[in-house]
Design a protein around this ligand. Structure first.
Ligand SMILES: Nc1ncnc2c1ncn2[C@@H]1O[C@H](COP(=O)(O)OP(=O)(O)OP(=O)(O)O)[C@@H](O)[C@H]1O
Ligand SMILES: [Mg+2]
Length: 339
């Protein structure tokens, strides 16, 4: 094997799929596939398919193979992984494809059957040695936590489909709580708010842009972003219309969902064994995933929990980095890797 084996780490996320090869992130792509309805063939993936979202006609449909943190469409997900791997130039310089050693990060909510399906997909794309790792564990490793210590750490990963709250100690997940309130729900919160408050009908991509450009979970921000002009369709007249949106409105739109996340964190804290609670009192809570980028989230969670809150250095890449570290040290991390 040796010479013709390459190593890759994959974070198969609801919103984004990332791949590390030779310590570099070589794929960072939305988890979306566009399919031709007449032939059932995949015509685009990733960014290209993303641009088609909401703009398709009857012969094209865009699907997100992962939904709510589980795999909703196996065929589409396998084709997506296949194409993404093939898009890595370094893996295709030779005249035949190398066999792959890979670690794939999976949402902790998936079942045994789904795990096997992911593994089989990986094997069909030339995976010769395939390991799986649970997302909160990968996030913790990526953040730089020493997961093997007899010391509790709490990680909250707010992704696209799920928010996962985990307490990790001695290479294991001690408490794990997963709720289906995350980026996708925030996006629909914004759509509903715009409809109710401004009579404006906007699409997913526009709502997503609002979330990123003026997203906030507190109304009083120290450095508020500039207001944003938003275009959509007026629900009364049917005409295209534009309104101006600020961060305080987004905070209102997201409030209910953020309360759900706060409650889940409080519940996880209340279920944590006391020795680990004592550790978390000293170490605080680490945030990862795209949702960690919402303005004011650290401040709001810190007020709620009375704990220090740390946002991972690059929250969108913490999981894939952790997966990459596990890939390079499969022996050291053998207890957290699922063969
Ligand atoms: N600056 C930002 N502010 C708020 N939300 C953001 C920002 N950037 C990205 N997001 C959101 O973060 C989510 C994607 O995060 P991430 O890539 O961690 O999810 P994922 O790993 O694909 O999903 P999951 O872990 O649930 O499978 C999307 O919903 C995206 O809209
Ligand atoms: Mg994720």
């Amino acid at each position: 094997m040796g010479l013709f084996t390459e190593e890759i780490a994959i974070d198969l996320g609801t919103a984004n799929t990332l791949i590390i090869h030779n310590d570099k992130v070589v794929v960072n792509s939305p988890s979306i596939v566009a399919i031709d309805r007449t032939t059932n063939k995949v015509i685009a993936i990733g960014q290209e398919a993303n641009m088609m979202q909401g703009k398709t006609h009857e012969n094209i449909r865009t699907v997100r193979p992962l939904k709510d943190g589980v795999i909703a469409d196996f065929n589409a997900s396998e084709q997506m992984i296949n194409r993404l791997i093939k898009s890595i130039p370094a893996l295709h310089r030779r005249f035949f494809s190398p066999s792959l050693r890979m670690v794939i990060c999976i949402p902790s909510g998936i079942t045994e059957v789904e795990m096997r399906a992911v593994k089989e997909s990986a094997e069909r794309v030339n995976g010769k040695e395939v390991y799986l790792i649970h997302e909160p564990m990968a996030a913790a490793i990526g953040i730089g936590i020493d997961i093997m210590q007899p010391k509790g750490n709490m990680v909250v990963d707010i992704g696209g489909g799920t928010t996962e709250i985990a307490v990790i100690a001695l290479s294991g997940i001690v408490c794990d709580k997963s709720i289906k309130i995350a980026g996708d729900v925030f996006t629909s919160d914004i759509i509903n708010y715009m409809r109710g408050k401004h009579n404006l009908y906007i699409g997913d991509r526009t709502a997503e842009k609002i979330k990123i450009l003026v997203g906030s979970v507190v109304e009083d921000l120290e450095n508020p972003p500039e207001d944003m002009s938003v275009q959509g369709r007026d629900l009364m007249s049917g005409k295209p219309k534009q309104v101006l949106i600020n961060h305080a409105e987004v905070a209102k739109a997201l409030d209910k969902s953020i309360i759900r996340i706060e409650d889940a964190i409080m519940e996880a804290l209340s279920q944590t064994p006391p020795e680990l609670s004592a550790d978390i009192y000293n170490t605080g809570i680490y945030l990862a995933g795209g949702g960690a980028l919402l303005r004011g989230l650290d401040k709001r969670l810190s007020q709620k929990t009375d704990l220090p809150i740390y946002v991972a250095e690059d929250p969108l890449q913490a999981v894939v980095r952790g997966t990459g570290i596990a890939l390079k040290n499969t022996e050291r991390f053998k207890t957290v890797l699922i063969k």
